[in-house]
Write a protein that binds this ligand. Structure first.
Ligand SMILES: [Zn+2]
Ligand SMILES: [Zn+2]
Length: 240
C-alpha cells in the first residue's frame, strides 16, 4: 500500500516537536508524499502554538518541494461541552482541523461515557475534519458510539502510527477496537503519522500493518489517494 498524504504532523511550533516546516516538507517529498498538513497543537496545550500562529499560516507557500502544504491544527477540547481552543472563525480559515484529547488542556479524563460524549460534541462542530488518535489510554471511550458519530458528522477517524510506537503506551488495543468497529460499520479511515520529528513524517508502517490485519484495503484508507483527501476536505467546508 502506498500512502500519499500525511494530515497529522508537528513542527517546532508545538513546543515539544523538533523540526521546521521546510525540514518536514523535505522529508515528505523524500517519502513520495503529495500532501502534508501542518497540524501543530492548539493554544490550550502547554507549549502549544498561540492563536497568532494559526492566523498567520496564510503566509505559508502552497507547495514546497512538490508537496502540497495544508495549514491546519490539532485542536484541544477545553471543557465538557466539547468546545475547542480556537474559535470557529479561526478554524474555518484552516484546511485541516484535527481534534484530539490531551491532558492539561481543560477537559480532564472522565468516565467512558463522559469521554465519549465530549468527543461526540467536538465532532459535531462542522469545522472538524478528523478525530486524532481515538485510542488513548488516558481517555477510554466507547468505540461503537464514536464510529456512529463519525459517520453521522462526516468526520474521519485516524489510526495513529504513534499510538503503536511510542507516544501512547497502552493505547494499542483501544486503537484496534476503534479500527475494528469502523471496519465493521463500513466507515473509511485515515492513517496519521503524528510526526514530532521530520524523519517520522509519512511514517505509517505500524498503523498500516494493523489496518491491513483488520481487513482495510487501500480503497478504504483515504490517504492512499490525494484526490480523495482533497475531496473529503472540501466536502466538509461546503457543509461548514
Ligand atoms: Zn504532540
Ligand atoms: Zn498530534
Amino acid at each position: 500500500m502506498k500512502f500519499l498524504a500525511d494530515l497529522h504532523t508537528h513542527t517546532v511550533a508545538s513546543g515539544h516537536a523538533y523540526s521546521t516546516v521546510y525540514e518536514n516538507a523535505a522529508a515528505a517529498a523524500e517519502r513520495g508524499l503529495k500532501i502534508m498538513a501542518i497540524t501543530d497543537h492548539g493554544p490550550a496545550l502547554p507549549g502549544g502554538a498561540h492563536e497568532y500562529h494559526f492566523w498567520n499560516m496564510r503566509i505559508l507557500p502552497k507547495e514546497i518541494s512538490g508537496v502540497r502544504i495544508l495549514p491546519g491544527v490539532e485542536a484541544n477540547i477545553v471543557n465538557a461541552k466539547g468546545e475547542l481552543d480556537l474559535d470557529n472563525d479561526s478554524l474555518s480559515q484552516l484546511d485541516v482541523v484535527l481534534v484530539g484529547l490531551h491532558p492539561l488542556c481543560g477537559y480532564e479524563p472522565g468516565s467512558v461515557k463522559e469521554n465519549t460524549d465530549v468527543l461526540i460534541r467536538a465532532m459535531s462542530n462542522p469545522n472538524v475534519h478528523i478525530l486524532a488518535h481515538p485510542g488513548n489510554p488516558w481517555f477510554p471511550i466507547d468505540p461503537d458510539r464514536i464510529v456512529e458519530a463519525a459517520g453521522r458528522y462526516n468526520v474521519l477517524l485516524e489510526i495513529n502510527n504513534s499510538s503503536f510506537v511510542k507516544s501512547r503506551p497502552g493505547g494499542e488495543e483501544m486503537t484496534r477496537e476503534v479500527a475494528r468497529a469502523a471496519f465493521e460499520s463500513g466507515l473509511d479511515i485515515i492513517l496519521g503519522s503524528d510526526a514530532h520529528l521530520a524523519s517520522l513524517v509519512g511514517g505509517f508502517e505500524q498503523a498500516a500493518k494493523e489496518a491491513a490485519a483488520i481487513g482495510f484495503g487501500a480503497d478504504r484508507i483515504v490517504n492512499t489517494d490525494p484526490d480523495r483527501v482533497l475531496k473529503f476536505l472540501r466536502s466538509k467546508r461546503e457543509t461548514a
